[in-house]
Design a protein around this ligand. Structure first.
Ligand SMILES: [Zn+2]
Length: 364
């Protein structure tokens, strides 16, 4: 507790304080640019500014940190003013009522309310699969949770959802051997893009090539290994770890991402899709909901193809990404033109996310 609180606005200084070998590793992957934005508010605004930001001086000079991943070309812009706002995402007080009012939706009776795949359904202990009515790929299915409320997930449930999705992929692959590219995703509540409240995840099994962003990640990781002789994901974890932004959860590498796609993004990386990884996914989600107040999130799990393919996937791990999609009562979207076409603007400080993760994952 004697150490001063680390913040993303001090990232450059924190990197400079690392051992040389760690600084070199950081520089292989990331570039940090710090800049000061200045403005002159009229006296008529002073009261309002003081109320929202603490003081007029805090606004007159604002430190902005631009973090760029030079390998994946993902970028994030952090403003210490924005990051100083409370971390916890607010939830509407009547959220439980809203969710309960939807009881009796088609996913509450999946056998009657949803179609099955041509190879039938896969039934797990806590879920059942369905075929997506409007597909975005030839094999595009749903994991419909037995539990209606999407926030009432358990460790056994999360493991079962992933296991059932993989079993579904195996069935689909038996039907079409060219379909090998498995992708699992979970959109929770409406800000994440989920159109139905009832708890559900989705999975797809692509043909020919993996989904665009996964293929991009494979290519840059491969080039990194060729160029530097080390694994990209190993370096990514080592960099986060050296800065205090990582947790090793029984072999699963968990990072509060330095270039988050949006608020509070956490990466989980593991060599295997085993029970340890599934349990870590559960614990991170629990931490999101119970500690960070997240209600609406996206989760994606990507991995190498489930059968042999021509391109090189050696060394590509299982990568899970989880992101907060913001306040459910906020009508403003969290993604604007800057996020879509420029760099992502981030409010949440990865150091605070890392603290929350360390607190959640430190105790069983
Ligand atoms: Zn339901």
């Amino acid at each position: 507790m004697s150490q001063p609180e680390r913040t993303i606005s001090q990232l450059k200084e924190l990197v400079q304080a690392l051992p040389t070998i760690e600084q070199e590793r950081f520089a292989r992957v990331f570039k940090v640019t710090t800049t000061i934005g200045e403005l002159n508010p009229p006296p008529s605004m002073h009261d309002w500014i003081t109320r929202y930001f603490g003081s007029v001086e805090a606004v007159q000079k604002q430190r902005i940190v631009n973090v760029m991943n030079l390998i994946t070309v993902e970028g994030a812009l952090f403003n210490e003013l924005r990051a100083s706002r409370p971390m916890e995402t607010q939830a509407p007080s009547d959220l439980d009522d809203i969710i309960n009012r939807n009881l009796g939706d088609p996913f509450c009776q999946p056998l009657e309310g949803t179609p099955e795949d041509v190879f039938g359904r896969v039934k797990g202990a806590h879920c059942i699969t369905a075929s997506n009515v409007a597909k975005y790929d030839g094999f595009h299915g749903l994991i419909i949770f037995n539990e209606h409320n999407p926030l009432h997930f358990t460790a056994e449930g999360v493991k079962d959802y992933i296991d059932t999705a993989v079993a579904w992929a195996r069935k689909a692959h038996c039907l079409d051997n060219d379909a090998s590219y498995f992708f699992f995703m979970w959109n929770c509540l409406w800000r994440s893009g989920a159109s139905i409240l009832h708890g559900h995840a989705q999975m797809a099994l692509g043909r020919g090539m993996h989904y665009a962003k996964v293929e991009h990640l494979r290519r840059v990781a491969l080039l990194y290994r060729v160029g530097h002789g080390v694994g990209y994901f190993d370096d990514l974890f080592a960099i986060h770890d050296a800065l205090g932004l990582a947790v090793d959860d029984g072999g699963v590498r968990i990072m509060a991402h330095l270039t988050p796609i949006k608020e509070k993004e956490v990466l989980l990386v593991s060599g295997r899709l085993d029970d340890a990884l599934k349990h870590s996914v559960y614990r991170v989600l629990k931490c999101f909901v119970e500690t960070l107040g997240v209600r609406s999130f996206n989760l994606a799990l990507c991995m190498r193809p489930i059968d042999t393919v021509p391109e090189d996937w050696r060394g590509f791990p299982i990568v899970v990404r989880v992101v907060d999609r913001g306040d459910l009562s906020n009508r403003t979207a969290d993604f604007g033109a800057m996020e879509l076409y420029g760099s992502t603007v981030i409010t949440s400080d990865p150091f605070r996310v890392a603290e929350a993760l360390a607190g959640c994952l430190g105790d069983q």
